[in-house]
Design a protein around this ligand. Sequence first.
Ligand SMILES: *Cc1c(COP(=O)(O)O)cnc(C)c1O
Length: 381
Amino acid sequence: MKFETKVIHSGVHPDPSTGAIMTPIFQTSTYVQESPGVNQGYAYARTANPTRTVLEDNLAALENGTDAITYGSGLAALDAILKLLEPGDQVVSTHDLYGGSYRLMVQLYQKYGIEFHFVDFGDDAAVTNAINAKTKLLWIETPTNPMLSIIDIKKTVTTFAHDGLLVCVDNTFASPYLQSPLDLGADIVLHSATKYLNGHSDVVLGAVIVKDRSLGKRLRFIQNAAGAIPGPQDCFLTIRGIKTLHLRMDRACRNALFLAHQLRDLDQIAHVYYPGLDQHHGHDIAKMQMSQFGAMISFDLVDDRIDAANAILENTRLFALAESLGGVESLIGHPATMTHASIPKQEREKIGLTDSLIRLSVGVEHQDDLWADLKQAICTS
Ligand SMILES: *Cc1c(COP(=O)(O)O)cnc(C)c1O
């Protein structure tokens, strides 16, 4: 089945008791048993819920995995993955990553004896030096947040993975429509479904997808034991959002490519970071491993002018100043004070995250309206 058909049909069946074509919201905590231990596959809703099951079956199909497990947020999903580790284990991660992932790793899991190393995955020697026998997890985000760097997933797997080392890809920025990490050799995919999968800025939800059933079982044990489940209404909304993922992404990616080219030609702008631009350092890899270049753009200003950056952030009318991304409406954000404030300034500077860096989540509005809005905000700043 093609992706565009899978988003609508995979795992989704009319409700057998009524014929309802839309998956019902099973708002229940428990299920009546015929006799002790005899049930219809559901006993208690922390363990499983039929609305959640439909979402999980759908996500497993979209990422070409065997199992998907969903959580109350993307970070709860990362938390479950980190619970696979033991004290003394080490993690090697991309140095340019979602600020909340960094915070969870460094401020929570480090104190339980897990060691984290953040390196530039564009530098093979740095990655090789960071990996040793204790390394159990490679953590990759691609495209990265907020610098939109591209990491070669296939090469990472073939060059660095050894027995017992799990390669995990945070696929939030690409979505399964643009990029299939499991097909490229990764073991685990993480999503903040809050973003493109749901796509309507009305749900916080996370997912992990794997292609190995025993790994899926371990994660399901952790989910049931620790309890970080999503509610049935949020699962319903995410199922509904996913049905238009391909349509939303096609439009948003097209808008982003257009805006990246327009921004590049403005004198006020120092750098435009967008993998779809020819001169982007990851453009060739992006062309290989993604079907389109995504809808996130970052740019910074000549002389790193913070006053001008603030003026732009305050003066857009369509682009709303807000955290998050991946919804139908366009958003503008300031990583240094918003999404990435939990990363120390000196760490931010190492990756080129300047104080004037502005991040756009391009939505599905008309490109001309989006450009007019950005241009008036930049040119009057
Ligand atoms: C938002 C985000 C997360 C965290 O997801 P939540 O649903 O907000 O918990 C993780 N990774 C990336 C790349 C994100 O953008």
